[in-house]
Ligand binder design. Structure first.
Ligand code: SIN
Ligand code: FE2
Length: 205
């Protein structure tokens, strides 16, 4: 059996097909107001293979000049991010074990060749809150390691409707997406994978 690092939880099939379809509709509304864009890496300006947008009071963005950060507005349109759909607030209340709402929901869109290198989520001030993520559409090979880059890693498949939680001792575990498995889901008409990542950014007042 696959042993995950402490604090890392995988909930296969948390959302059934009907709920997944509803979530996709909500994400379509988000993307209509806050279009997907191509983020670039700090310093090098190298484009990421994943396209991104956000909903929530704050959104995670990156570009060559200003690097990784949270901001209240879309970097291309300048508009405030649309609100986080209620279904995702519900998920957070169910699984986060954290008494305050999430502030950011990063929307990652993966085409069949996109991937995400091993990294930590550490741009948040409040690390007491977990990172809660939802997979929709094509399956992927997800990799998770320890809290150092050199640590042992394990990889496993994430399917549409799965939820992953990085909390407690697992909050700063390295993680990434090695590959997408094309045509493994019928949820998204044009294929690809959507990942939604809910995070608390600031310390509650
Ligand atoms: C991320 O770490 O931002 C994305 C993880 C995923 O796509 O499952
Ligand atoms: Fe991440």
């Amino acid at each position: 059996m696959l042993v995950l690092p402490r604090g890392v939880r995988h909930i296969p099939g948390h959302f059934d097909r009907v709920a997944q379809e509803a979530l996709v509709e909500h994400i379509r509304d988000v993307v209509a107001k806050a279009p997907l864009y191509v983020p670039t890496m700090p310093r090098s300006g190298k484009p990421m293979s994943v396209r991104m947008t956000n909903c929530g009071a704050l959104g995670w963005v990156t570009d060559r000049d200003r690097g990784y950060r949270y901001q209240p507005t879309h970097p291309v349109t300048g508009a405030p991010w649309p609100p986080i759909p209620e279904m995702l607030h519900e998920l957070w209340r169910e699984v986060s074990g954290y008494p305050h709402p999430p502030e950011a929901c990063l929307v990652n869109f993966y085409t069949e060749t996109a991937r995400m290198g091993l990294h930590q989520d550490r741009d948040e001030t409040d690390l007491a809150a977990p990172v809660v993520s939802v997979s929709l559409g094509d399956a992927c090979l997800f990799r998770v390691g320890e809290t150092t880059r050199e640590g042992r890693t394990v990889s496993f498949r994430l399917e549409s409707g799965d939820v992953v939680i990085l909390g407690g001792e697992g909050r700063l575990c390295f993680h990434g997406v090695d590959r997408i498995y094309p045509s493994t889901s019928t949820l998204l008409k044009k294929g690809g994978r959507i990942n939604l990542t809910l995070r608390r950014v600031t310390l509650p007042a």
